[in-house]
Design a protein around this ligand. Structure first.
Ligand SMILES: C[S@@+](CC[C@H](N)C(=O)[O-])C[C@H]1O[C@@H](n2cnc3c(N)ncnc32)[C@H](O)[C@@H]1O
Length: 251
């Protein structure tokens, strides 16, 4: 009898360990593919995952055009006031959130180039009526190696992208490189508890600002945005002829 009880206990312990291992493996897979969106498998996997969700992305995300106008497009226009026909680069443009928000503004007289690694996301962007015009270009490329020359853009934006790239600092260098002297940079930084899902990436309040300063950018402002992000506004050194966003807001 004692032997049978022991066997049953060993059986239960074995099953318990097996289930625990399955749980750990299941959570690891969920973290790697869902919570961190494939970020640790490299840009190809990230792009592949975005290709798969592209058609549903806008519905899942549910970004409100009014919020994008208020937090992104209008402050950008304000910062670009001194450039009547600004050239804007949006890196990791996805379904074209920033181009759409800018082109919806009557006062925006410039052009936008959206770059993304996912052809599916760009495909969705290209279906948006406002983005099929001579004022918006969409290009398939990696954020870490942008196919554009130095100092070309009056503003460079990169929202909800850095945490998915293997070398966020290299991306920041690319953003700074493509920006004209005096140009405006707008990036997002993932903060709060979400940072836990991105170990080793450029996260945490204040750290990204320090990196930008090291790249010769003056940080103008950091503000909370959506639930898990900060928006960071910065300007490349030598701002002749450019609006001071912080100053204009105060005024
Ligand atoms: C969360 S979405 C954000 C899209 C858009 N910026 C927005 O705010 O709606 C992240 C986007 O970054 C793109 N992305 C991720 N890694 C990239 C990389 N290494 N190069 C270019 N785009 C990348 C993805 O394909 C996806 O479209």
């Amino acid at each position: 009898m004692a032997g049978l009880a022991e066997l049953a206990r060993a059986h239960v312990v074995g099953w318990g360990i097996g289930l625990l291992l399955l749980g750990v493996l299941g959570f690891a897979a969920y973290w790697a593919l869902v919570l961190s969106e494939g970020a640790y498998f490299g840009p190809r996997v990230v792009a592949w995952l975005y290709d798969r969700t592209a058609a549903r992305y806008d519905r899942i995300k549910n970004s409100q055009p009014a919020d994008d106008a208020r937090y992104l497009a209008r402050p950008l226009l304000l910062a670009l006031e001194a450039a009547p026909h600004p050239l804007v680069l949006d890196v990791g443009t996805g379904t074209g959130r920033v181009p759409a928000a800018l082109l919806a503004e009557e006062d925006f007289g410039g052009r936008v180039l959206g770059v993304d690694r996912s052809s599916g996301m760009l495909g969705q962007a290209s279906c948006k009526p406002g983005l099929v015009s001579g004022r918006c270009g969409l290009v398939l490329a990696d954020a870490g190696s942008l196919p554009v020359g130095d100092a070309r853009f009056d503003a460079v934006t990169c929202l909800e992208v850095l945490e998915f790239t293997p070398r966020p600092r290299a991306v920041l260098r690319e953003l700074a490189r493509t920006l004209k002297p005096g140009g405006v940079l707008l990036i997002s930084n993932r903060v709060g508890l979400d940072v836990l899902w991105y170990p080793g990436r450029l996260c945490g309040r204040g750290r990204l600002e320090a990196v930008l300063q090291g790249l010769g950018l003056e940080v103008l402002e950091t503000e909370a945005w959506q639930t898990y992000y900060d928006l960071i506004w910065a300007r490349k050194a030598s701002s002749a002829g450019f609006g001071d966003r912080a100053g204009m807001q105060r005024g």
